[in-house]
Design a protein around this ligand. Structure first.
Ligand code: CMC
Length: 431
């Protein structure tokens, strides 16, 4: 009986044929490594810069169908979660794999709420940054520093210890994020208010001044909560891959998550929403849009907030964000840059350059406008992304730690440099 679930590879250098099993639409790179392998020679390697066609893990956290524009967390469509859930419930779902009972949710909410405070020395560390420090740099350093406050976090094989660090990370991210914002403004840091919800407490730590208790507009708190849900996970993206790659060395989760924050900071990843807003501010009016689009088509620059490695259709998160945009603008008034964004989108969606490359608005195209309306400066946008993404990073980290197939991440290379040169000491070379 022949097994059709295989790939037959013929090595034309030797005429030898290999039968490679196919499982879940993939072949194992190690099976390909047997092609051409001899006692002295390595077999075939796969060259894949940027991992465009390499699966690095099995995962049950997030499903994406980029062609159809589908995003699901643990099987639940993002549209339903954004409409009817809240960020803490989604965080529970991502971490635990199923929705909480009432009792489980109450315990989870209580745990997160009561771990929002950080050690006073973390506060001093944050205050040591210059007035113009980028909040993402502060957040990354603050999260990295937490590993020194909780040395037991290194016990990553202990489920109870792991759980405690997960709770601490989700709880303390808004505190560190808000303080990085207050630092830039020279305002006193605001301590967490445990009577408020997760998102309301974050807004309080950001904006509270002398009032005894801060109560944000519920519509704004809801919109921010939805944005956190939309950012909560996105399978093997750059920052998640960084968390997994660093985590594969079995380091503590604070160190792994701070690597994720570093990756998210880059303009091609989470920094894109900041770049979108700067781009919109530069274009300024809809009259300038056609000239800008021509520049993009000539390759002079990119239309930030457009295109995605996975989505070759409208990013489902971008659709949900336009709804959140309407809700926020109802409270704050409409941003003058909204019409520039809408004109860019309209032209790009009809233009052959963007259509043929399947470039559609991604999650970052409109999120910056909402954040601006909520009074955040552009430097804060990626911090908001990081707070939302934390449960996803941790769910993926947990999966990695428990996965017997995972090894320390260590890609191959194709060496292109010199070999066997004779070293001439500096005293002779410079003589
Ligand atoms: N503007 C203009 N052209 C673009 C853009 C863009 N935003 N994105 C891709 N292209 C072109 C690119 O020049 C290339 O054209 P050609 O085939 O003629 O060389 C083609 O489309 C394919 O692009 P790519 O760079 O090979 O695609 P990629 O999968 O490596 O990059 C991306 C994905 C998101 C980095 C890229 O689309 C991009 O730089 N977009 C702008 C930045 C941005 O919005 N990033 C946020 C991503 S969503 C949030 C997140 O998950 O982090």
């Amino acid at each position: 009986m022949t097994n059709n679930e295989t790939l037959t590879v013929r090595d034309n250098r030797t005429g030898q044929e290999y039968e490679i099993p196919i499982a879940d639409g993939a072949i194992r790179a190690s099976d390909l490594g047997k092609v051409g392998q001899t006692a002295d020679e390595h077999g075939l390697a796969v060259y894949d810069p940027g991992f465009t066609n390499t699966a690095s893990t099995r995962s049950a956290v997030t499903f994406i169908d980029g062609d159809k524009g589908i995003l699901e967390y643990r099987g639940y469509p993002i549209e339903q979660l954004a409409e009817s859930s809240n960020f803490l419930e989604v965080a529970y779902l991502l971490i635990h794999g199923s929705l909480p009972t009432k009792e489980q949710f109450d315990t989870w909410e209580h745990e997160i709420t009561y771990h929002t405070f950080v050690h006073e020395n973390v506060r001093s560390l944050m205050q040591g940054f210059r007035y113009d420090a980028h909040p993402m740099g502060m957040l990354r350093s603050g999260v990295g520093a937490l590993s020194t406050f909780y040395p037991e976090a290194r016990e990553i094989k202990d489920p109870a210890i792991r759980h405690q660090q997960i709770v601490r990370l989700i709880a303390k991210m808004p505190t560190l994020g808000a303080w990085s914002f207050r630092n830039a403004q020279g305002k006193p840091y605001v301590y967490p208010d445990n009577d408020l919800s997760y998102t309301e407490n974050f807004l309080s730590m950001l904006f509270k001044m002398s009032e005894p208790a801060y109560q944000p507009d519920p519509r704004l708190a809801k919109a921010l909560d939805v944005l956190f849900i939309l950012h909560a996970d996105h399978e093997q993206n750059c920052s998640t891959n960084a968390v997994r790659s660093v985590g594969s060395s079995q380091v503590d989760p604070y160190s792994a998550v701070s690597a994720g924050i570093a990756a998210l900071y880059g303009p091609l990843h989470g920094g894109a929403n900041e770049a979108v807003l700067r781009m919109l501010a530069r274009i300024k009016t809809i009259e300038n849009v056609p000239a800008f689009i021509e520049g993009v088509k000539k390759g002079e620059e990119r239309l930030m907030g457009f295109g995605h490695r996975v989505y070759k259709n409208y990013d489902p998160r971008a659709k949900l964000i336009t709804k959140a945009c309407d809700d926020v603008f109802e409270v704050t008034g409409v941003s003058p840059l909204l019409e520039v964004a809408q004109e860019l989108e309209k032209i790009a969606l009809e233009d052959e350059y963007f259509v043929s490359r399947k470039l559609y608005p991604n999650v970052d195209f409109y999120s910056g406008l909402i954040y601006e309306a909520l009074q955040f400066p552009p430097e804060m946008f990626t911090v908001l992304f990081a707070i939302g993404r934390t449960p996803g990073w941790l769910a993926q980290w947990l999966e990695l730690v428990d996965d017997p197939e995972q090894k320390i991440a260590r890609p191959k290379q194709i060496y292109t440099g010199d070999r066997g040169l004779d070293f001439v000491p500096a005293s002779q070379r410079w003589a």
